[in-house]
Design a protein around this ligand. Structure first.
Ligand SMILES: [Ca+2]
Ligand SMILES: [Ca+2]
Length: 286
């Protein structure tokens, strides 16, 4: 503990503020308010239909289509400090081979950051190449191995510390994640069979959730720490005048250590759960 920490902790103790409730963790679940795919196919390097919320990802032999998906969450009511996060997605069972459709025993689905603006992401269009690329590149947030055995169940993807930091920074607004299958074979224009996950995911009830473990914002501590930091910046003898955000100060002052994901747990719903009426449209995949 450096002298600055000692000073602030000493001040907190001196005025008798309780420390225990500050780190009390809770879990909140937020449903995605929109989701969908972007495709790359012959003649279209980034197509999206705003009304289609299917979050299929992978490769389809019909017209040589590659799909990447995205999810958007409203964090406007979330003001807590986020300590860990999980993306939960249901793998459907209905239609055309179900949600998992690949000749391979497993596929790897990887989640990426999204730097595209939310408005651009959600808008319909064609040849939105930069958006298609964005959904499967940049910072990796986590990955999961899925198989036919996941059909009918929720798939949990534990998000890493990069994701947690980005989600925490997005509180008060919207937050988007992208994803693609990172285990596609040598896709040689109709030479390979379909390799797709989360097929037929366009029928409610949806499970597209962000599950956040949070600790309350210690407002009183933030004010104390902020006041002390402010006072220190006016002290000519101080050499540590770097400002900290209220959120980072709170986490530091409360001794909150980020959690490091160690596994990818999956929540299971029973096979006996009601299944969604099979889609009878001409295109089961999209
Ligand atoms: Ca990206
Ligand atoms: Ca594969």
């Amino acid at each position: 503990m450096d002298s600055r920490q000692k000073t602030i902790r000493g001040a907190i103790c001196a005025i008798g503020l309780p420390l225990a409730p500050v780190g009390q963790a809770t879990t909140i679940t937020i449903d995605s308010f929109d989701a969908g795919w972007y495709l790359r196919a012959a003649g279209d390097t980034g197509g999206h239909v705003a009304s289609n919320v299917n979050y299929v990802a992978g490769w389809g032999t019909i017209n040589n289509r590659f799909f990447r998906n995205f999810f958007v969450f409203d964090l406007s009511s979330t003001t807590n400090t986020i300590t860990s996060a999980t993306l939960r997605l249901k793998m459907e069972t209905q239609c055309c081979g179900g949600g998992y459709f690949s000749p391979d025993p497993t596929e790897t689905y990887t989640v990426f950051d999204v730097s595209t603006s939310i408005a651009t992401l959600l808008a319909s269009g064609n040849n939105k190449t930069a958006v298609f690329d964005d959904l499967g590149s940049g910072n990796v947030y986590g990955s999961v191995q899925v198989s036919d055995a996941d059909e009918g169940f929720n798939v949990d993807i534990t998000l890493n510390l990069t994701a947690v930091a980005d989600i925490d920074a997005a509180t008060g607004g919207n937050f988007a994640l992208g994803g693609r299958v990172t285990s596609l074979g040598a896709t040689g224009l109709d030479l390979d069979p379909t390799e797709a996950v989360f097929q037929n995911s366009h029928v409610s009830p949806f499970v597209r959730q962000l599950i956040l473990n949070v600790v309350p914002e210690p407002t009183s501590l933030a004010l104390v720490a902020s006041g002390l930091a402010s006072a220190r910046t006016t002290n000519a003898s101080s050499t540590n005048t770097s400002p900290r955000s209220a959120k980072s100060k709170c986490a530091w002052a409360a001794g909150i250590a980020p959690k490091i994901p160690t596994s990818t747990p999956r929540s299971r719903c029973p096979r006996s759960a009601p299944r969604i009426t099979p889609n009878t449209s001409s295109s089961c995949t999209t």
